[in-house]
Design a protein around this ligand. Structure first.
Ligand code: NAD
Length: 279
């Protein structure tokens, strides 16, 4: 079998694949400019776009193996139309993103040189999207004596909520009651601009906002318009244009959330293992 490997894939995952298949390794730029690849599988990360145009270059494709958790880079309808199997393993980078969120959260509270440091104790933390990452964030928050509220579109296990001391609330309540909001939803047509002008209007004055999900989940135009309302903003995902327009205290990290060493490995090795079991 021939497999196309696009971008930087963890060496352990590459070694596993090399035992079973012939690998064609290309950069994202090479993939974008190429005409066609005669491969049955593609291994990629979140930075590789796989829409109809790119899929047309892969006429014999049977498997897409994703070394990331988010899959907004991939046209799932187009995969389904061609019965291409999609393999990803949820939760493989949750710890790294949750630790990164805690780093951003505590830094926001403490590092603004113009303001006295704040304590997390007694603050209300609102988690938007209580999935794999949101739940690990709630776990990490245990012991800080903060109040944790959350919103999700999926009903949550009451036992787990009790263990994590998380109270589920409607979106508007989470937005209006939180001192710190951290966003952990996937990007799709429902979550695009979830944090929009309406949400900013409902937020308290001097709140903190953290986004480690995807750029488009926060309406950046609304963020700029409302930034005087926020005491601090931490973004792991943001557009190039945003940077120069931020005047509120901010921390920007360049999609570093999942870069922790264990996550970086697991994000690739786990789906590759799932794929190899199918051969
Ligand atoms: N910064 C990074 O490096 C990095 C790394 C991994 C993942 N991510 C992003 O984080 C997202 C979340 O990852 P995850 O592993 O927790 O995914 P997940 O699928 O386990 O959890 C997402 C949660 O969001 C909920 N949700 C969906 N639509 C919602 C809505 N409209 N309102 C509220 N909740 C909604 C889902 O029900 C689910 O519980 C990924 O989709 C990806 O975009 C970023």
């Amino acid at each position: 079998m021939k497999i196309l490997v696009v971008g930087e894939i963890h060496p352990e995952a590459l070694a596993l694949l090399e035992e079973k298949a012939e690998l064609i390794k290309v950069s994202d730029e090479e993939f974008t400019s190429a005409d066609k690849y005669d491969v049955e599988a593609i291994v990629l990360r979140t930075y590789t776009v796989l829409q109809k145009e790119q899929l047309a270059k892969l006429p014999h494709l049977k498997y897409v193996i994703s070394c990331s958790v988010g899959f907004d880079n991939i046209n799932m309808d187009a995969l389904n139309e061609r019965s291409i199997e999609f393999i990803r393993v949820s939760g493989t980078n949750s710890n790294s993103v949750a630790e990164h969120t805690m780093f951003l959260l505590l830094s926001l509270l403490r590092q603004d040189p113009r303001k006295p440091p704040l304590e997390l104790k007694g603050k209300t933390v609102g988690i938007v999207g209580l999935g794999h990452i949101g739940k690990v964030v709630a776990t990490k928050l245990q012991g800080f004596d903060s109040k944790i509220i959350a919103f999700d579109v999926i009903e949550q296990d009451p036992k787990l909520l009790k263990e994590l001391k998380v109270e589920m609330k409607p979106f508007d309540k989470v937005v209006s009651e939180s001192d710190i909001i951290t966003v952990h939803v996937p990007l799709n047509e429902h979550t695009k601009h979830l944090i929009n002008n309406d949400a900013f209007t409902k937020m308290k004055q001097n709140i903190f906002l953290i986004n480690t999900s995807r750029v488009e989940v926060v309406d950046e135009t609304a963020l700029i318009q409302n930034q005087q309302k926020l005491r601090g903003i931490a973004l792991d995902v943001f557009s190039d244009q945003l940077k120069s327009q931020l005047t509120t205290y901010h921390i920007l990290t360049n999609h570093q959330g999942a870069q922790g060493e264990n996550s970086l490995r697991n994000m690739c090795v786990k789906p590759v293992e799932v794929f190899l079991q199918k051969l």
